[in-house]
Design a protein around this ligand. Structure first.
Ligand code: ZN
Length: 381
C-alpha cells in the first residue's frame, strides 16, 4: 500500500493574460505534500510552458491563425485553456471542448495544442482619448499584419504546494517578429542597438518608409533610456515602424504590455510631441493606477516625452513649452484628472498641471510593479 497520496493542493486561475496568476491558489482544503520524491520533482519539473505560434495565413486577409501548444510538468493533473471569445477553434490535439472558450486537456497527450483563427483588426474605441471611431490599432493587409498576440487564460490543478511557473513564449511561422504582446508578420528587417542595459529591436517592415533615420531613432531612445531615472528598464524593447501607406491608423503610436510599441513610420523625431519618446516613456512606467490616478499614465508620458525631446536637442524650449501650455487651455484645463469621464479633448495627455513630473516628484516613489498586461496606450492623432 502506498505510504502517501499526493494531494491536489491548489487551483490556479489565470484569466486574461496567461503567465501572471491574478488569483492565487484557493487554500481551502489544501494539504501540503511531504513526500521527498515529490520535492525532488519540484526542483526539475516545475513549469508549464505555453508556446503560441502565429501564422499570418495570407489566404485569409484579416485573420491570423494561432497554435497554442503546451508542455506540462508531471505535477499538472488537470488543465483548462481559455481561448479568446472572438476566436474560432479549428483544431485540437489532446484537448477537448467544454464550451466555446474552455478547452480541457486530456491528461495524457504530451505535446497538446489548440489551434484557432482570430481576427487581426482592433479598432480605436469610439469614446475616450483615442476617439477615432473605425481607425486601426492593429490590422492585417494583404502583405503584412501588425497584431496583438492573442491572450490565453489558463486554469489548472497541480500537486505540490509550490505554484508551478507559467512560461509564455511566442513564435512566428514564416517571416515576422513577436514581442511579448504584439507581433509583426510579414517581410521586414530588424536593426538592433544596445544601450544602458537595454536592447532595442527596431522592426522595419518592407512596406514601411521610415521618415526618421535608424541611427537617429536609436540615439534618441538610448539618450532617453539613460536620462529617465524612473520606472524599470526592460532588458528588451520592441519597436515596430508601422507602415502608413495603406492603413488609416487610429493613433500615432501605441504601447502595450511591458515593452512593446509601434510608431507610425512617418513620425519625425524633431517634435515636442515626439511619439517615439512618448511610447518609450510608457515602457518605463512601473506604477499601478486607479481610476483616480490613471491620468498619470498619459500626463507623464506626454510630459517626459516632451522634456526628453527638449533635452535630446530635438526642439527648442518655446516648442517644448507649448505642450504643458495646451493643458491650460479650455476644455483641457477644466478637466478633473481624477475623473476620466471629464477628460475632454485628450485632457489627460495635455493637462499636467498637477503632475508630479511638473512639481519635481518622482514616480519611483510608487511601487515598482508593472501596472498592466494588456492595457493599450495610444498616442492620439
Ligand atoms: Zn501614451
Amino acid at each position: 500500500m502506498r505510504s502517501h497520496v499526493a494531494v491536489l493542493t491548489a487551483v490556479f486561475l489565470v484569466v486574461g493574460s496567461a503567465g501572471v496568476p491574478l488569483a492565487a491558489g484557493m487554500p481551502g482544503d489544501a494539504v501540503a505534500a511531504t513526500d521527498s520524491t515529490l520535492t525532488s520533482a519540484q526542483l526539475t519539473d516545475d513549469e508549464i510552458r505555453m508556446t503560441t505560434t502565429l501564422n499570418r495565413t495570407p489566404d485569409r486577409t484579416g485573420e491570423i491563425t494561432a497554435t497554442v501548444s503546451f508542455r506540462f510538468s508531471e505535477r499538472v493533473t488537470e488543465f483548462t485553456a481559455l481561448i479568446p471569445e472572438r476566436a474560432t477553434v479549428v483544431e485540437t490535439d489532446g484537448f477537448s471542448r467544454i464550451n466555446g472558450t474552455h478547452y480541457e486537456w486530456d491528461e495524457r497527450t504530451d505535446q497538446s495544442s489548440v489551434t484557432f483563427r482570430v481576427g487581426a483588426d482592433r479598432l480605436s474605441d469610439d469614446e475616450g482619448p483615442l476617439a477615432e471611431d473605425g481607425r486601426y490599432l492593429f490590422t492585417e493587409t494583404e502583405e503584412w499584419a501588425l497584431v496583438q498576440i492573442p491572450s490565453i487564460g489558463s486554469r489548472w490543478l497541480q500537486t505540490g504546494d509550490r505554484e508551478l511557473d507559467f512560461v509564455r513564449e511566442t513564435a512566428v511561422d514564416g517571416p515576422g517578429v513577436a514581442g511579448d504582446r504584439m507581433a509583426f508578420l510579414g517581410p521586414h528587417e530588424i536593426e538592433t542597438h544596445t544601450a544602458h542595459g537595454q536592447t532595442f529591436r527596431l522592426v522595419i517592415p518592407e512596406a514601411a518608409d521610415l521618415e526618421a533615420g535608424v541611427d537617429d531613432v536609436f540615439d534618441s531612445l538610448s539618450r532617453a533610456s539613460d536620462r529617465l531615472r524612473v520606472g524599470d528598464r526592460d532588458s528588451e524593447v520592441l519597436v515596430i515602424a508601422a507602415p502608413t501607406d495603406s492603413v488609416s491608423w487610429g493613433v500615432r503610436g501605441l504601447q502595450v504590455g511591458d515593452s512593446d510599441m509601434w510608431v507610425q513610420d512617418s513620425e519625425e523625431l524633431d517634435l515636442a510631441t515626439n511619439v517615439w519618446l512618448h511610447e518609450y516613456v510608457h515602457t518605463r512606467q512601473a506604477f499601478r493606477t486607479t481610476d483616480e490616478t490613471r491620468w498619470l499614465l498619459e500626463a507623464t508620458g506626454t510630459y517626459y516625452g516632451a522634456s526628453l525631446a527638449l533635452e535630446g536637442g530635438h526642439v527648442e524650449f518655446d516648442r517644448f513649452r507649448r505642450v504643458p501650455d495646451r493643458g491650460e487651455e479650455s476644455p483641457q484645463s477644466t478637466a478633473v484628472l481624477s475623473q476620466p469621464d471629464s477628460w475632454e479633448n485628450n485632457a489627460n495627455y495635455l493637462n499636467q498641471g498637477e503632475s508630479p513630473a511638473v512639481h519635481g516628484g518622482r514616480e519611483s516613489d510608487t511601487p515598482r510593479h508593472k501596472p498592466r498586461s494588456t492595457l493599450i496606450q495610444g498616442y492620439p492623432l
